[in-house]
Design a protein around this ligand. Sequence first.
Ligand code: IVH
Length: 674
Amino acid sequence: MHDNAAGNGKRIEQLRDLIRHHEYRYYVLDNPAVADVEYDALLKELQSLEQQFPEHITPDSPTQRVGGGLSSAFMPVRHSVPMLSLDNTYNEQDIRDWVGRIVKVTGDNTLAFVVEPKIDGVSVNLKYENGVLVVAATRGDGETGEDVTANIRTIRSIPLRLRGESVPAFFEVRGEIYIDKDDFLNLNHLLLDQNEIPFANPRNAAAGSLRQKNPRITAKRPLKFFVHSYGKIDGKSFTTHREFLDYCSSAGLRQAELIKVCHTIDDIIDFQRACEQKRDTIAYELDGIVVKLNALEQQRIMGFTAKSPRWAVAYKFVARQATTTVNAIRVQVGRTGVITPVADLAPVVLSGVTISRATLHNFDEIARLDVRVNDTVLIERAGDVIPKVIKVIDRERTGRDNPFTAPLNCPACGAPAIKENDEEVAIRCVNPSCPAQLEQKLIHFACREAMDIEGLGDAAVEQLIGGKLITAISDLYALTKEDFMALELFREKKAQNMRNAIEKSKSQPLSRMLFGLGIRHVGEKVALVLADRYRSMDALMQASVEELQMINEIGPVIAAEIHDYFDQNAVIELVKAFKLHGIAMREPERPAGLTPLAGKTFVLTGELTAMSRSDAEAKIRTLGGNPTTSVSKKTDYVVAGTHPGSKLTKAEKLGITILDEHKFMELLHTLSPD
Ligand code: IVH
């Protein structure tokens, strides 16, 4: 420990420089120089020094990414130079014409162009004064945006302070905030797990995360940034766009991969095609390329129209869109009571897949789009995402169709359907014993990852509940073979198999039961953590909030949720009934020798032929390993089946051990020969 103020100040500065360096290596260069523990130790030391000597805290300290600052949130910010948009082109001829016009105006036919991927994100303006990030704003209407500084500060790939010795006095950069496709899917899983509404696509996820009122939430979202242009700059000049990008890199601002300089139209066209081909293996969503005249003097000569520069143009990919008609709009009740609208569509083929349904997300979205039955709509598929209705393109309305409005009552049980609070867009059925909720709860309870009751799928559950054979999940265990045989779906053999599967599920480990109950915030992982810690349902039910909070992976929100869940009379009764039926609800001890994969993280990508993905994940877990969904440098193995996605590319880039299915099966076999 340093014993004087100057010494502390010096150590603090030293730590900040080191941490900034490591953040730059990790978040900007994607090439970390130290292990996470070392980085964490530096950050902890800095935090503790700053706590002891708060007079040394500066806003650009790496500890100050999440501040208290809500005050300026979303206030209007007038851009010093308007944020324009780009003209779109869609084919080779458009690009040839565009280049032709530039050659004509500049009188130069040896032009250079910078070509860049067009990232489908949210554009922002970052203002740096003397190298320090002071204001960040969204594009808004191009003239005035919204202040999102507090949220932007939480994004690690955005430097709070520019790197380098001589920074411009005023430097305004523009770029795209986005979310990687994998991160987007994980985020949606998490939101669903927490009973929240998932985002429609990565762009909405980025926009929604950026517009959170609480920067602490934004901080948890995997937002990233690429720089692509600038506003006002004082104290530095460039002669080409490429030079500007190079300076940005040296200042610690990320730029997209693949960017290059082209000298001919053919090169530009080849680049666009190459990007389109690579589209699925690139971690983030692209919707085309952007072509920019490289020489800034030539850019000046070309100038602007009211909406866009004449020196840059977007050259878009063929959209994964199609038109079709809406046959019906249905509402579904989920297992937590959330009521969501879905459009049934006339089947249409979209990039090789037949689509007959699209999500409408929520009732605000329906109102915004004003979708009605019989409308012709434009639908879009992005990556693995569920198809989505983009807009209505033809309203074949007879005048009799009314706008589709949110139901006031649950379509299944008639109980009131309400929004829990103003912030929420979802409406929920308030009846905890709603049969539609019970149906979904039971399907979840029986699913492969939970109690794994084979044969108890959607159709069987529907009949059981429709026939009033089940009014609580525990009733399942009282059903006899004859009860099943009375249903349309079951003959003797099938009914017996069903009984056997239900009986077998009684000895499932506690973790599966906890996941199967569908407790808010309790996904497979949290369920495992709880089961590992408490071993039996009784012990878990007696845990206090404080005790739950002490568990590493469990924060105050989840702890409170779990505690409240087990405090409900209906749940206490449910557990009692489970006990009466002889259900174990215990987590078996895992003998140490049987966890050879302890601490190893796996990511599965593509399809496996020998077993389903969830069986493979279960197997990894049984051996002590940890299956996860996104590849990072912490991943130990990536298992690549057929048609692997961008996860494989990322794994190769990070030098992670890749196992094909054959090698993976061999590994499992060696570790557990049964
Ligand atoms: S340059 C004067 N470069 O596309 C406009 N924009 O449709 C300067 N975008 O609002 C923008 N990737 O948010 C530029 N490599 C890229 C881009 C890009 C995505 C967005 C940007 C802009 C929108 C225009």
